[in-house]
Design a protein. Structure first.
Length: 234
């Protein structure tokens, strides 16, 4: 069946207030294929979403089904959140460890020049790499950020607490460094940006957890920490 050239061009955009809207063209108003076009866009978006989530899970190291299902739930909910899509702008991986210690996150900036250096076997001298200079490179030369979430402390048979753990670590990761906060700010309305800038790391972390819709899971996570006596004003 022949489709118009504009078929599939409808887009969903995020407004300044955080709400989403479907952006169409004037000719969409009387188009007989409008409904099919919407379904096509939805299917393509779902396909892209599942591909991104699958890539994160495939390249992560998760050993238990319990954490695996919690991670899948977290990623699906994050992708559906207007400001949660910042999570997918760079490569983020999860590593489940066996030690019963507090979890932590690592952010590694990798420049395109470093990638070229690693792939160039003919290079005779290795130049020192300064991660702080990654933003000084031209846009065409900038690489990406590798974000790693190390999940060490887990809570058996408490799905909400485990999801809360993941949400807390990711929110803290985006709140504790300039790269992360910059990506979050790009997704916020102007009033929210003003509020977010005035917060410290702890308040930003809690604020993001709330905005992402993980309040109940965070409460379950903190309840577990309190019972263990390890809640140190996280």
């Amino acid at each position: 069946m022949t489709r118009k050239e504009c078929f599939g061009s409808i887009r969903e955009v995020t407004m300044e207030n955080g709400m989403t809207m479907t952006q169409t063209k004037p000719e969409c108003r009387d188009c007989v294929d409008f409904r099919d076009c919407l379904f096509h866009i939805k299917a393509k978006d779902d396909e892209r979403k599942q591909a991104l989530i699958a890539k994160i899970i495939d390249h992560s190291e998760v050993h238990s089904n319990e954490i695996g299902t919690c991670l899948l739930d977290f990623l699906n909910r994050m992708y559906s959140n207007p400001i949660g899509t910042a999570l997918f702008k760079n490569l983020i991986l999860f590593q489940e460890l066996s030690q019963d210690d507090p979890s932590l996150t690592i952010t590694v900036p990798i420049s395109r020049s470093l990638l070229n250096l690693l792939g160039d076997e003919s290079t005779d001298a290795v130049q020192p790499f300064d991660p702080g200079k990654i933003e000084q490179e031209p846009a065409s030369e900038q690489g990406f950020l590798l974000r790693i979430v190390l999940l060490q402390k887990r809570f058996p048979n408490n799905r909400k607490a485990n999801i809360g753990l993941i949400a807390h670590e990711v929110a803290h990761m985006f709140s504790s460094n300039d790269h992360g906060t910059k990506q979050v700010i790009e997704m916020l309305s102007e009033p929210e940006v003003s509020i977010f800038r005035k917060m410290d790391t702890r308040l930003r972390t809690n604020w993001l957890i709330e905005k992402w819709g993980f309040r109940e899971e965070d409460e379950a996570f903190r309840s577990e920490l309190t019972q263990l006596g390890t809640d140190k004003n996280r």
